[in-house]
Design a protein around this ligand. Sequence first.
Ligand code: ISJ
Length: 391
Amino acid sequence: MNFSLFDGRGSTVAADAGHFAFSGPSGHIRATGAPVAIARGSIDSLETRLEGAFADCGPEAIIGGAMPFHRQDHDYLWLSPRCTGVFQTVERSPAEAVADHARADPPVEIYTNAVITALRQMERERDLPEGLKKIVLARSLKVRTQDPISLDGLMARLADDPTTTAFRVALPDPGNRPRALIGASPELLLEKRGNHICSYPLAGSARRLPDTVEDADACARLASSEKDRREHAIVVEYILDTLAPFCDQLACPDGTRLTCTRSMWHLGTRITGQVKDRDMPAALLAAHLHPTPAVCGSPRDRADELIRHLEPVPRGFYAGAVGWSAKNGDGAWHVAIRCADICGCDARLFAGAGIIPGSDPMAEAVETGSKFAALLRALGMPASAALAGLE
Ligand SMILES: C=C(O[C@@H]1C=C(C(=O)O)C=C[C@H]1O)C(=O)O
């Protein structure tokens, strides 16, 4: 390869922009040209399918796309055999008022009731060694626009927040309509360059406020919140435990810190390490981690089962992983949050929040409401549109 996929100033990957595109701090990957679909399957067959896909390709081959939330469901990935090395910036464009209403679907009470049920379950299992300790419950908003949503315009507006990675990946659609998952993820599941890896989990959140003094207060409250620290520690411990067998070195050099996007404060911990096998594809390491307790819970399988039971809208690719992986093993995978499933004039937005003993159902509904802000703004709606009636 005659350029670095990571330098952010010199990387473009061949395939069609409609199939995958990423724009963020670790680079801009924008597909151009004709992609090849990789046979769909679950995480269990990912290694075999990647080997098969890369087998007849040159060193510049790259795959990109989306892994779903549930490990048993099928991913949607594309192979591009070549990179052109021509960088394409994402055009910035002003927000246009494309949507005029957003509706919680199902209503918020369904969400707060699910939180209450989960809290009761945790209380019942409090003393069991494998008892439920954390679950992330999500809710959904439906937005309908008069004209079909411009995927390019939406992607460009999302890419305007440099603290996040804007992404756009094609989604399977039974009616063969153009459908995509588009979002701006603040959370790095796993990035790999050579034998260096990095993961940047987030858990523990507060809404950013327009008034600078109030915003600083919200940040300080989050920094000192014992409940949010507990919620965060579960994620960091899981990631360290899961990556340790693959690594010679693994550390959290900066400890847990406050980090922010334009709309949210989060607790975040940068985890860095060196893998034993530098050829291991980033996609496989990401698949080992996914889904972390930042989007699922602990223990993972118990939380996953309860999510299926308590959330009326299936997550699909929301809270899955989106990213790319090159033939040499380098790659970057992001947690698919702050996103929407878009098809024509319809957008379904998702947002979740971590529930642990001590969580307040109404506060969690407000937190999820705040997490819709980036998408709502990019759709030309007020950031607070999902908070009406909650505060
Ligand atoms: C699940 C989401 O966000 C996750 C949950 C967080 C929390 O519970 O505090 C914070 C960041 C994300 O890891 C989402 O945005 O939909």
